[in-house]
Design a protein around this ligand. Structure first.
Ligand SMILES: [Zn+2]
Length: 145
């Protein structure tokens, strides 16, 4: 979340979200944990008091994805690309990690149907950087038809 003179913008797409304070309050007027969802891109924007995803969480989620990804090359860059795709807050990161997992599972199905040989399967880091969003969009489009 980017705060410019009290105006709050989405980190991911730059959408204007409103003016501060966006913090939620409990019945006693004390500020509570708050998260703001960007209606334009779905990004979860968080204040500093929102729990963040730890490296160990990211490792765990990454390992699930890595296990089902067919091309086991460049694990380190894949882990980096994976972490880069995740928002900082725990809830948002967990949801995105699950979405990446499901998308990989779909992608693997497509490759299997095509009988695609490993040399034509990109490294996971490249796939995450170039194809993850595209596969998602394609899947979404198919659903709406
Ligand atoms: Zn946004």
């Amino acid at each position: 979340m980017t705060n410019k003179n009290g105006h709050v913008y989405c980190d991911s797409c730059g959408n204007y979200l409103g003016d501060l304070p966006l913090m939620l309050h409990d019945e006693h007027g004390h500020p509570t944990r708050s998260m703001v969802y960007c209606p334009l891109c779905g990004n979860v924007l968080s204040y500093d008091d929102v729990p963040v995803a730890k490296e160990s969480d990211i490792d765990e989620w990454f390992t699930f994805c890595w296990k089902i990804y067919p091309r086991k090359s460049s694990r380190v860059s894949a882990r980096k690309a994976f972490a880069y795709k995740l928002p900082k807050d725990y809830e948002g990161a967990h949801q995105k990690a699950q979405r990446i997992y499901r998308t990989i599972a779909k992608q693997v199905q497509i490759w299997t149907e095509r009988d695609q040989s490993e040399e034509f399967i990109p490294y996971m880091s490249s796939w995450l950087n170039a194809n993850f969003e595209t596969v998602q969009k394609k899947t979404k489009r198919r659903k709406t038809k």
